[in-house]
Design a protein around this ligand. Structure first.
Ligand SMILES: C[S@@+](CC[C@H](N)C(=O)[O-])C[C@H]1O[C@@H](n2cnc3c(N)ncnc32)[C@H](O)[C@@H]1O
Length: 193
């Protein structure tokens, strides 16, 4: 069953494909593809920023596919500080709207506050630091029509409206974001080169 759609013609390295799977918490597929992702030479030492850590599921997944990455998690209240060593992650325990950021980002995963205001701020504050060719993926955008058609409406497709509104306004081709894939309810973009 096809569960996620990559935009036709979009080029994805093995590691990028894994990242998308990992952020969607697609565990079976992750296990199958983790080794290939880990040895992918295309983006050997990426810098990954995960806004919204919660208990660390996405952080664990991202680390699994990117052993050499610099992994940074941002959350107002991180409950997995004890796991930072295991993950070899930097944790910034702060409201993402107050984080001063100036490092180039290869992968930005936005899954923190889901209001329009916070998502907008995350895109505006961190998006400009995504390198050309890098990826920004946002959770809870809402599932695609194709996904719903294939899987049925087992779960209501009611994404938090703030995410979709901010993404639709700010992640356009005019603003340098090309749609790359829709994975479950994640929408991913590649920054134009
Ligand atoms: C949906 S959870 C993240 C789930 C996580 N990605 C995972 O894989 O389990 C959202 C997280 O965002 C955090 N959060 C909410 N508003 C935030 C903000 N303004 N800045 C930073 N973190 C925020 C919450 O504390 C919560 O842990």
């Amino acid at each position: 069953m096809m569960l996620w759609q990559v935009v036709p013609g979009a080029m994805l390295s093995r590691r990028e494909r894994f990242w998308l799977v990992a952020m969607g918490h697609r565990l079976e597929e992750m296990v199958r593809t983790a080794d290939a992702a880990a040895s992918d030479p295309v983006t050997p030492d990426p810098l990954i920023v995960n806004i919204g850590v919660y208990k660390g599921a996405s952080m664990h997944c991202l680390r699994k596919g990117s052993p050499g990455a610099t992994l940074v998690g941002i959350d107002v209240g991180v409950s997995m500080v004890h796991a930072a060593d295991v993950l070899r992650a930097e944790l910034i325990v702060r409201d993402s709207r107050k984080v001063k950021w100036n490092r180039p980002i290869d992968l930005l995963f936005v899954d923190g506050g889901h209001t329009y205001e916070v998502v907008r701020s995350d895109i505006e504050r961190f998006g400009p630091h995504v390198v050309a060719g890098g990826i920004m993926a946002l959770h809870d955008y809402g599932r695609s029509d194709e996904y719903i058609e294939e899987r049925g409406r087992r779960r209501p497709n009611r994404p938090p409206l703030g995410v979709r509104k901010a993404v639709d306004e700010l992640c356009t081709e005019d603003q340098g974001w090309e749609v790359l894939a829709i994975v479950d309810s994640i929408k991913a973009f590649r920054k134009a080169v």
